[in-house]
Every structure is written in structure tokens, then in C-alpha cells.
Design a protein around this ligand. Structure first.
Ligand code: GAR
Length: 206
């Protein structure tokens, strides 16, 4: 049986999308006590844990406990869904090839934080989101799937973020399904999908 441990820091709408898509989420771990996603997990009878990064003197000490908790569930996949911690190379190595992240930009543009604000400031006309394997370099691992949306006149950060988020929910579930079906192939840093399903979504709706 495959299983997915989801790591969150906040609201948990991507977690909800994974649950709604029938992904076998076996545990949800948050580094933030009271994160909205914990309540979502609890409502679905999924075990939750909080490992507060602030309780540890170093990133490594935090990750040691985090990894021990993740490993208790022996997950097929670790899915970062709004998990707002930079992780060390050692942690990434432990889950190499079986850790995914959803990022709110069309990578490699706008790695890091405040992606929607920066996209608006840059005047880009197309924005979106990416699901990628996690590698030691921030937001730079092999890209599994991307969704593009228009940037429209009069957009605010909130409007643009909501438009992108709708697509995050679509593509993250799709990417996790492909992973669990063992259909993702990574070669020379690029991901293809066995069966040739489309690895992009263009949604022009406002
Ligand atoms: C999502 O937009 C996700 O892409 C982003 O945080 C939000 C979490 O929302 N992640 C990052 O910025 C990671 N660098 P959610 O808690 O409702 O899923």
C-alpha cells in the first residue's frame, strides 16, 4: 500500500485537494502549531503531528526529529504542501526522489517567497505554479507539471494568488497520482510521464 506524508505550515488547501483526489495521506506534520491544515487532517481522521522548528537550536536538530516522525509512517512519498521551511541537503538526501513540492510560480522564475507580488511587479503576462522534486537547491528540482494562468489588468496579489491556487490544487494531485503509479521518469534533470499525459495546464479563465 502506498502512503503519503504531507508537510504543511498553514492553511492546508493543497492538503485538502490531495485528500479530495483520493491520495492516501497517512499523516500530516506541521512545523506551526494551530496551522489550518491540521484541522482539515483531523476532520478526515488523518493523524497529525506538530514539530515546531523554534523548539530546536539548529536546522539539523529540527530536521532530525522531523525525519524521525516522517519515517514512523514509512511513506512512499513526502509531499510538501505549503511547508515554509528551507531544508538542508542532508534532509533532502534522505528522501531523494520521493519528495515533491508545489511552488506558486512558473519555475525557474520567482523562486522563494512573495511570488505573486514579484510577478505583478515584473509585469509578466503569464504566471502559474509548478510541482517539482525537492533537491538541495531551493525550488530548483526537476519539474513534474506546471499550470499557467493569465495576469490580467487590475489584478491584485490576492486575485492572482487565488487564480494560481486553483491550479495548484489541480496539478499537485495529478503529480502525486503519477508518482504513486510509478509513472514519473527523471532523466538529466527533466521529468517525463509514462503514458505521455500532458505535463502542463493552460487555464485562461479570469
Ligand atoms: C501555496 O500557494 C503553496 O504553493 C505555497 O504556499 C501556499 C500554501 O497554501 N508554497 C510555497 O510558497 C513554498 N515555497 P495551502 O496551505 O493552502 O496549501
Amino acid at each position: 500500500m502506498s502512503s503519503v506524508v504531507v508537510l504543511i505550515s498553514g492553511r492546508g488547501s493543497n492538503l485538502q485537494a490531495l485528500i479530495d483526489a483520493g491520495i492516501p495521506v497517512t499523516a500530516v506534520i506541521s512545523n506551526v502549531a494551530g496551522a489550518g491544515g491540521l484541522a482539515i487532517a483531523a476532520r478526515h481522521g488523518i493523524p497529525t503531528l506538530v514539530v515546531k522548528h523554534g523548539d530546536f537550536p539548529t536546522r539539523e536538530a529540527f530536521e532530525k526529529v522531523l525525519a524521525a516522525e516522517v519515517d514512523r509512517f514509512a511513506p512512499t512519498l513526502v509531499a510538501h504542501a505549503g511547508f515554509m521551511r528551507i531544508v538542508t541537503a542532508g534532509y533532502v538526501e534522505r528522501y531523494a526522489g520521493r519528495m515533491l513540492n508545489v511552488h506558486p510560480s512558473l519555475l525557474p522564475s520567482f523562486t522563494g517567497l512573495r511570488t505573486h507580488e514579484r510577478a505583478l511587479a515584473a509585469g509578466v503576462k503569464v504566471h502559474g505554479c509548478s510541482v517539482h522534486f525537492v533537491t538541495p537547491e531551493l525550488d530548483s528540482g526537476p519539474i513534474v507539471i506546471q499550470a499557467a494562468v493569465p495576469v490580467l489588468p487590475g489584478d491584485t496579489v490576492e486575485k492572482l494568488a487565488a487564480r494560481v491556487l486553483r491550479q495548484e490544487h489541480v496539478v499537485y494531485a495529478r503529480a502525486v497520482k503519477w508518482f504513486l503509479e510509478v509513472r514519473l521518469v527523471v532523466a538529466n534533470g527533466a521529468v517525463s510521464v509514462k503514458g505521455n499525459d500532458a505535463q502542463f495546464v493552460f487555464d485562461a479563465s479570469p
